[in-house]
Design a protein around this ligand. Sequence first.
Ligand code: CO
Length: 172
Amino acid sequence: MAILEIYTFPEPILRRKTSAVTVFDQELAVTVESMLQTMYVSIGIGLAAIQTGILKRIVVIDLKSGEEDVSLREPHVFINPKIVEQSGTTVSEEGCLSVIEFRGEIERAEKIIVEYQDVSGKTQEMAAEDMMSICLQHEIDHLNGVLFIDHLPLLKQKMVKKRLTKLAKAEA
Ligand code: CO
């Protein structure tokens, strides 16, 4: 287990294609555990493997990540997640561990049904709404090389990306 480095915009690795997990072994379990620990130390509620440079379709989510009492944590692991149904629309403010210093209002489906595998490879299904639905859509986007800022209106998107690129250069 290790704390992983999180890549941030405009790092090109965030745009790469990811591949499905086909082997459910100890190595996968260790990767998932490292992702969870990385998410907790970063105080994020979701993390996709690609954000740490691992090009696999793995997502971890814990909406209780910010709880001081660690016994209240609710870690969820989604391997090869796929949205099989969606309905409604909802707008909420999103942020991302890979997009520093910007949060923005994004429109998403309100409710979704996600099919995925657990860490042992067993197929599971979850009906998600509210934060879990939004978070899952955000993380599944990552697996397809998409960032939440890609959903902003075009003009705003250009402005934000320009500013974030400048900021990244200044920090490098
Ligand atoms: Co994100």
